[in-house]
Design a protein around this ligand. Structure first.
Ligand code: ATP
Length: 406
């Protein structure tokens, strides 16, 4: 249908990018990108008339997103050469705009294209040797200035290499090293680095990817003290274990894996150092607060509890609850990863699986009915009730009433 619409408008439409790459690798990819030679927005709007979907447009970039009723999305971009308005039949100008568009892309494996117009539907266009590199399992740039033009590609090269189990090509590796030596990364904003870093930290082969970033000296651009050494690697492995443990609890609760790993990556920074990096990366205010407040709190707690755990008697449930109360789930998982003592892990596990869900039944109105005067004392009553409940001294509503009366 896309091809038919393109034909009607006298345009050529192509499937491009990661979707085509992953199609050839037989890997699932739900990010469908289409590039049209012509006005992508007009194309998206014409397509929308043929079926039930919505279109969001970004006039400034000449891009559109087609959103289907089930939420499935397709990105549409425009490939346009300023000096090239009408499709011409001459071989040298045929595909000129799509080729030009693809030339700006990062790696050869991301430049493969499939025609959608009915006449040559399904035909693959491979201008830069993408198929060869897929076969060779090689990450290669299209030209020598690629990393200088856009240093985020240094991070992307590592991400694709590890994700696909490929190898960065020799010449590409040389170009990476020289871009690092020229300190090109310094020209990109912290926010763009965060965007790339997040994606790397969300990959399943995160340990190998971080090791590779370190080999290329890319972490030092984030902070001179940032290294991925043996102890950070072990912490990452422990974080992996903590996150699988949490996944298996099936709480349905969302957490950000990348954030957990970022906390681990910050492990050899001081509190001040971590706060500085977080600010520079342009983390969201809420996440910045986690770095600024919760991470130092977690580290202090860890010190205290390590000391504590060797001592008897065992803490009461209510004590455990208030150690961890209010900490974000990513911080709890970070603590779990850092826990080198059985006791500490048991307390964190008890808190996560049971204690934090504990709720009291009585509310303010109930207390008034029971003859209490509203005020500060309510808070104290609620805390006392929660403690008693955590320590399994009370269970039912009647237990709670008996408890407050006493
Ligand atoms: P993923 O599965 O991670 O989404 P992807 O290949 O779709 O993989 P994206 O980061 O979504 O990767 O990028 C989409 C496409 O845009 C890529 O195929 C790539 O060719 C191109 N692209 C993205 N970022 C850059 C960049 N910095 N330089 C050049 N091309 C880029």
């Amino acid at each position: 249908e896309f091809g038919a619409v393109a034909d009607q408008l006298g345009m050529q439409a192509y499937l491009v990018g990661g979707f085509v790459r992953d199609l050839l690798l037989r890997q699932q990819n739900l990010d469908v990108d289409i590039v049209v030679e012509g006005d992508g927005i007009a194309f998206a709007e014409a397509f929308a008339k043929t079926t039930t979907c919505r279109v969001r447009t970004h006039e400034k970039f000449g891009t559109a997103v087609i959103v289907f009723p089930d939420g499935f999305k397709i990105d549409i971009a425009s490939a346009r050469l300023e000096y090239y308005d009408k499709p011409a039949a001459l071989p040298q100008v045929e595909h000129a705009s799509i080729r030009h568009d693809l030339y700006r892309r990062d790696f050869t494996i991301n430049t493969l294209t499939i025609s959608l117009n009915p006449d040559h539907f399904g035909q693959m266009l491979d201008f830069f040797g993408g198929q060869r590199d897929l076969k060779d399992k090689a990450i290669r740039v299209l030209h020598n200035l690629s990393f200088i033009e856009d240093p985020t590609r240094l991070f992307r090269a590592v991400r694709f290499e590890q994700r696909l189990g490929f190898k960065i090509g020799k010449q590409t590796e040389r170009l990476m090293r020289s871009a690092v030596q020229l300190r090109s990364v310094k020209q990109i904003s912290g926010l763009r680095i965060l965007h790339e870093l997040k994606q790397i930290l969300d990959e399943s082969r995160v340990v190998a990817a971080l090791g590779r970033l370190d080999q290329f000296d890319l972490l030092t651009f984030i902070d001179a003290k940032l290294h991925f050494d043996q102890s950070t690697a072990s912490l990452f492995v422990a974080a992996e274990r903590a996150s699988s443990w949490f996944d298996l609890l099936y709480t349905g609760e969302a957490y950000r894996r990348w954030l957990l790993y970022l906390f681990c990556l910050f492990d050899n920074l001081s509190n001040k150092g971590a706060a500085k990096v977080s600010r520079w990366l342009g983390m969201s205010p809420a996440d910045h607060t986690l770095v600024l407040e919760q991470l130092p709190k977690a580290k202090m707690l860890l010190k205290r509890l390590r000391h504590r755990s060797s001592k008897l008697p065992h803490p009461q449930n209510s004590e455990i609850y208030f150690w961890f109360d209010g900490l974000a789930i990513e911080i709890i998982l970070y603590l779990m990863a850092c826990s080198d003592q059985e006791n500490l892990r048991r307390w964190l596990s008890l808190y996560t699986t049971e204690l934090r869900k504990e709720k009291i039944i009585l509310n303010g109105d109930d207390l008034i009915t029971l003859g209490f005067k509203p005020g500060r004392s309510f808070q104290e009553i609620f805390i006392a009730l929660l403690k008693a409940r955590l320590n399994q001294e009370i269970q039912t509503r009647d237990d709670e009433i008996g408890f407050v009366k006493a």
